[in-house]
Every structure is written in structure tokens, then in C-alpha cells.
Design a protein around this ligand. Structure first.
Ligand SMILES: [Zn+2]
Length: 263
């Protein structure tokens, strides 16, 4: 997969400890307020005290732990977590993704990408357009087998679009794309897009190529609506997903219908 330079290295002992603890905290193995015993960690990981201390320091910069004299190091309230941090995002999305993250990422993309498409239609240069065109070509050429290829092409298309929007803050929202696309891939199992998947991306691309902001925005809005709808359908096929949706107002404007459960 694409190497994200903003995330913490998984290589080396230090990276391994940071990664394991980050995963456990974000997956709720520890409860907020729970005190972490460094001696226990020394035994669990079989590493030096320095390694544990350094790892906890990294986790505290991500808002996951804090330390007080006498109380020691403890897990912070979720509201203090740096949710846009690349590692925190990755810990929540890897493997079996956190359902709340999955749904919230879809909503954020709905809020951001249609306007980004509009801006890209107005501002894109030829180099940016051809980068998006290459990603589109990869989708068109897809052999229908290796799904990593389609996820990578999809990621390249959307991050290319954020670049073409010509706003450096928006460009950094790339951090939400990879977890969003990977989580969707997991959810829809092997993510087997039909031809409409390519057509929706082509519609956005054509509008940006023709410098038509209204059409770019509408085409992207349609794509995002389809994505949220697909995600909700996939969620409704699991017990946990159905339960989750029952308690949440859909971003599409309806309360998700739990009567649509398939299988
Ligand atoms: Zn896409």
C-alpha cells in the first residue's frame, strides 16, 4: 500500500510498541481513566524502560495518554484524542474498522469533496489533470481481480483532486482518504465495483477537464451519495452495523431503515 510519511514508523522496537499500544487504546482494550502500569508493559513487550517511556511520550502527543504526579500515566478521555492524526486514523481503520470512524469519514467526504471538485474545475493545471487522468485510466484498465489496484487508483484519483483544488489545507485532508477507502474496501469485501464506479469518476473528471464547476460539484455529490448509500447497505448486512445504524440519523437525510437487512 502507499507509504504515508506522516504516520509513525512501524519498524523497530520503539515503533512496534507505539503501534501496539496505539491499537489497543483506540480499540478500547483500555478504558479512559485507566492507569497504565509501566512495569506491566516492560514484561509484556520485553523491552527497556526507556523504550516504554519514549512510546508513552509519542502517545501523549497524540492525546491518547497523559501523566500526573502520583497518579502516573493514564488513558485520556476520547474527546482529547487527536482524531485527525495519521496514526490514530490508521489504528482505528486497520483490519476490522471502527464503525463510527467509517460512517464519519463518509460524512466528512460528503462535506468536503463536492466543493473540492468545484475548486479543481476552476483551478486545475494540466499536470494535475493528467495525474487524475492516469488514475482514471487505471480504473478503466482494472482486471477485476487484484482489489489493491482499484483501491490505489481510487486513492490516487481523490488525492489528485484535492491537490487540483489548489488549497493547501484541503490538500492535507488526504489523511482521511486512505483510511476511508481501505475501510470501505474491508466493509464491502473485496470491493468489486461495477462499471458505474468508473462512470461516476469519469463524470467528475470530464467536468474538471472542461472547467465546468457546477457539473463537477454535482457529479461529485452524486458519487459521495452513492458511496454513503453503499456503505449503509453493507453495514446493514452485519448485526453490529445494523445496530449502529439504528441509532444514527443517516447523512442522506433518512433514518437508516433496519428493515432492509439483507442476510
Ligand atoms: Zn472514488
Amino acid at each position: 500500500m502507499i507509504e504515508d510519511v506522516s504516520t509513525y514508523s512501524r519498524r523497530g522496537i520503539h515503533g512496534h510498541v507505539v503501534n501496539e499500544l496505539g491499537l489497543q487504546i483506540t480499540r478500547g482494550v483500555f478504558a479512559p481513566g485507566e492507569v497504565i502500569d509501566p512495569n506491566e508493559l516492560l514484561q509484556t513487550f520485553g523491552v527497556s524502560r526507556t523504550v516504554i517511556r519514549e512510546a508513552l511520550k509519542v502517545l501523549s502527543t497524540k492525546g491518547l495518554v497523559d501523566a500526573r504526579p502520583k497518579r502516573g500515566t493514564f488513558i485520556t478521555e476520547r474527546s482529547r484524542w487527536q482524531l485527525l492524526d495519521g496514526d490514530v486514523m490508521r489504528w482505528r481503520s486497520e483490519g476490522s474498522p471502527d464503525l463510527l470512524l467509517l460512517v464519519e469519514l463518509g460524512e466528512v467526504r460528503q462535506a468536503i469533496e463536492p466543493m473540492a471538485a468545484r475548486m479543481a474545475a476552476l483551478r486545475r493545471d494540466d499536470v494535475q489533470l493528467s495525474a487524475m487522468g492516469a488514475a482514471l485510466q487505471d480504473m478503466d484498465d482494472w482486471d477485476g481481480v487484484r482489489h489493491e489496484t482499484i483501491v490505489a487508483a481510487d486513492l490516487a484519483f481523490h488525492s489528485g483532486l484535492l491537490k487540483a483544488a489548489g488549497n493547501e489545507l484541503l490538500e492535507q485532508f488526504e489523511v482521511i482518504l486512505e483510511p476511508a477507502l481501505q475501510a470501505r474496501d474491508f466493509l464491502t469485501h473485496s470491493h468489486n465495483p461495477d462499471r458505474s464506479f468508473f462512470q461516476r469518476h469519469k463524470a467528475v473528471f470530464d467536468a474538471i477537464e472542461n472547467r465546468d464547476p457546477d457539473r463537477a460539484q454535482t457529479a461529485m455529490q452524486d458519487m459521495m451519495t452513492a458511496a454513503v448509500s453503499d456503505a449503509e447497505l453493507a453495514l446493514q448486512q452485519t448485526v453490529a452495523g445494523t445496530e449502529f445504524l439504528r441509532n444514527r440519523q443517516s447523512a442522506l437525510g433518512q433514518v437508516a431503515a433496519s428493515s432492509n437487512v439483507i442476510g
